[in-house]
Write a protein that binds this ligand. Structure first.
Ligand SMILES: [Zn+2]
Length: 271
C-alpha cells in the first residue's frame, strides 16, 4: 500500500526556527489501528493521539529532521485527524456521520457532516499569523509585581500555541482534576510573562494574577484560533430541526477509532 496524500497545515511544523507547512500522510493501517485501539480502556490514554501521527505522517516536506509528533501544534494535529477521517470516508464511499442524541426530539441519530459544515482557518487569517514567532503579545490591565524579588511591575507577555505534547502531558498529569487542568492549560498558553520565558513560568506565578486576567488570556487565545472548526449545530435527520452537537465533535473518537456508525467513547478530553 503506497498511496499518500499531501496536505497544507493550518499553522505549520516548526523545526530549527523554520516553519514547514506541508506534510505527507498515509492512512492508518489495520495493524496500526489495532495497536492504537488497545489503548482505549476505562480511560483513554492520550498518547494514542501521538501514536496516530507516528503511523500516518510519512514526512514533513523539506524538513531535514525526523518528525516528532509531540512537537506538532495541537490545532495542526487536529487538522491531520480531520483529513484522515475525511479520506477514510472517501475511500469507503460514505458520508461522514456522527452519532449523537438529538437535543430537540431526543432520538439517537446519525448526523451527516458535510464539507460545507466545516471550516479550516489558516494561520494567515488569524491574529497568530501577524507574528513570525507565532506568539501574540498581550498587556495586563494590572501589572504583576511578584515575578522578581524586587517587586518590579511587569505588564507585558506573549501567548504561544499549545503543541500536541503539551496536551498529552496535561491530560496525563491532571486528567482527573478539572481545576488543575484549567490552570495548567493557561500556564501552557503563556510563552512569555514579564522577563520570564516559557519554561520558567510556574502555576505559582499565575496565582498572583487577578482571575479576570486569566480569563482574558484564555479569550485572546481562543479568538481566531487556526485549524478545523467543526459545527456545533447540525440538522437532525429525524425531526429536521437544527440541534446542538453534544458532546462536541472530536475527529479521533468519532471517526478514526470506532467502527463506522459507532458512538463516541465516554470522553473527558473535550476542549
Ligand atoms: Zn431531532
Amino acid at each position: 500500500m503506497t498511496y499518500e496524500r499531501k496536505v497544507r497545515l493550518p499553522v505549520g511544523y516548526v523545526e530549527g526556527g523554520k516553519n514547514y507547512r506541508e506534510v505527507v500522510l498515509r492512512p492508518l493501517t489495520g495493524r496500526a489501528l489495532l495497536e492504537v485501539r488497545s489503548k482505549i480502556g476505562e480511560r483513554v490514554d492520550p498518547s494514542l493521539f501521538t501514536d496516530i501521527l507516528r503511523f500516518t505522517v510519512v514526512r514533513v516536506e523539506g524538513c531535514p529532521e525526523p518528525f516528532k509528533p509531540e512537537q506538532m501544534f495541537f490545532v495542526d494535529a487536529d487538522f491531520v485527524f480531520y483529513e484522515l477521517a475525511r479520506w477514510d470516508h472517501e475511500m469507503m464511499g460514505e458520508p461522514m456521520r456522527v452519532h449523537r442524541r438529538c437535543m430537540e426530539c431526543g432520538q439517537a441519530v446519525k448526523f451527516e457532516l458535510k464539507e460545507e459544515n466545516i471550516t479550516v482557518r489558516m494561520l494567515e487569517d488569524t491574529e497568530w499569523g501577524k507574528y513570525p514567532d507565532l506568539m501574540i503579545p498581550f498587556r495586563l490591565r494590572v501589572p504583576i509585581t511578584t515575578l522578581d524579588p524586587d517587586g518590579t511591575p511587569y505588564d507585558t507577555g506573549k501567548l504561544r500555541l499549545l503543541t500536541l505534547g503539551d496536551e498529552v502531558e496535561k491530560f496525563k498529569r491532571f486528567g482527573d482534576a478539572p481545576g488543575r487542568l484549567w490552570a495548567e492549560t493557561v500556564r501552557l498558553m503563556i510563552g512569555q510573562l514579564g522577563p520570564k520565558p516559557y519554561g520558567a513560568i510556574f502555576t505559582a506565578d499565575l496565582e498572583a494574577l487577578p482571575a479576570f486576567e486569566l480569563r482574558r488570556i484564555e479569550a485572546i487565545y481562543a479568538q481566531n484560533l487556526p485549524g478545523v472548526i467543526a459545527p456545533t449545530e447540525l440538522v437532525c435527520p429525524a425531526c429536521l430541526r437544527s440541534s446542538a452537537v453534544q458532546p462536541a465533535i472530536m475527529w479521533v473518537p468519532d471517526f478514526l477509532l470506532l467502527p463506522s456508525g459507532g458512538s463516541a467513547w465516554p470522553s473527558s478530553s473535550g476542549a
